[in-house]
Design a protein around this ligand. Structure first.
Ligand code: NAP
Ligand code: MN
Length: 265
């Protein structure tokens, strides 16, 4: 791997943040990092803000595999943000590379109606955009599983398992387990419609295919992490665990289990 020495800072400038970012720029220079103006020239991309900002930084820079992504939160730390603008000492420790570790986070790859595929780091969500339910046939590989009718479905990555997925009673998944998880948003279950009803975790060798039933309400909102796609009308969504992973940095003493405990217990 090339030497990590050129960093791009990803943030929405506000007066308050600007000041904190300045002190981090200073720290970067002290340790010999070049701060570049174009993310294309960077081999480190540093987001300032919460997990939502980190997701945006990864998305806006196109899930680069030759880049290390680092999340710096303003205040508390989250799932993708191991550092805080309030703790310069820890950032300084992090810059001395013996205290840090590179982690690879699995992503999922999605294709809608055979168009160019895209990636998600948290999840793909597909939801009715009106008050009525909509329906999808769910296939695993080429095998029909069920017909879902309700508000929507979410397919999450392991690191996304603590986000939307968790609100839907999905399982928290160890990021070392390359997999994807399907959860339901308010499925109808009666004599006419029946779904599995429990979260379903699939291995990296599976493909999940959602076929939107064209019954009038066939314009659901499809979102990749915190961004809605502009696709208005879709028939078929294919999802699999991607070969592409997001590389990030964490302090050696901040394990996944620490993050789960800190956030939820
Ligand atoms: P948001 O609506 O402002 O954030 C929702 C919350 O989820 C924030 O507290 C965010 O943390 C946190 N979060 C994001 N990724 C997480 C992860 N991997 N593990 C644990 N918590 C996580 O929107 P946002 O900040 O842009 O985040 C987008 C995410 O929100 C989506 O990808 C989806 O997972 C989630 N979401 C959840 C629901 C729900 O639970 N009902 C509904 C819609 C979307 P920060 O404050 O640090 O950003
Ligand atoms: Mn149609």
């Amino acid at each position: 791997m090339n030497e990590r020495n050129s960093a791009y800072l990803f943030y929405k400038p506000t007066d308050e943040l600007e000041e904190k970012v300045q002190s981090i720029r200073k720290l970067g220079r002290k340790y010999g990092y070049t701060l570049v103006e174009d993310p294309k020239d960077a081999n480190m991309i540093i987001s300032f803000g919460g997990d939502g900002a980190f997701l945006q930084a990864v998305r806006k820079t196109d899930f680069r595999e030759d880049c290390l992504y680092i999340g710096v939160n303003d205040g508390r730390v989250g799932f993708y943000t191991d550092f805080s603008t309030n703790d310069l000492e820890k950032i300084e420790l992090g810059l001395q590379s013996k205290n840090i570790e590179v982690l690879n986070y699995p992503t999922i790859e999605v294709t809608v109606d055979g168009m160019k595929s895209f990636h998600c780091l948290n999840e793909l969500s597909i939801r009715s955009n009106i008050i009525k339910t909509f329906a999808m046939d769910v296939f695993i590989d080429d095998t029909y599983l069920e017909t879902f009718r309700g508000d929507g479905l979410v397919v999450s990555t392991p690191t996304g398992s603590t986000a939307y997925n968790k609100s839907l009673n999905g399982a928290v998944v160890d990021p070392k387990l390359k997999s994807m998880q399907l959860t339901e948003i308010s499925s109808i279950n009666n004599n006419q419609y029946r779904t599995l009803g429990s979260p379903l975790i699939l291995s990296k060798d599976r493909e999940l295919v959602l076929k939107i039933i064209q019954d009038g309400n066939d314009h659901p909102i499809i979102a990749a992490d915190n961004e809605a796609l502009s696709i208005r009308h879709s028939h078929e969504v294919r999802i699999k665990v991607s070969e592409k992973e997001v590389k990030t940095l964490r302090m050696k003493d901040n394990l996944f289990i620490h993050k789960v405990k800190r956030s939820f217990l």
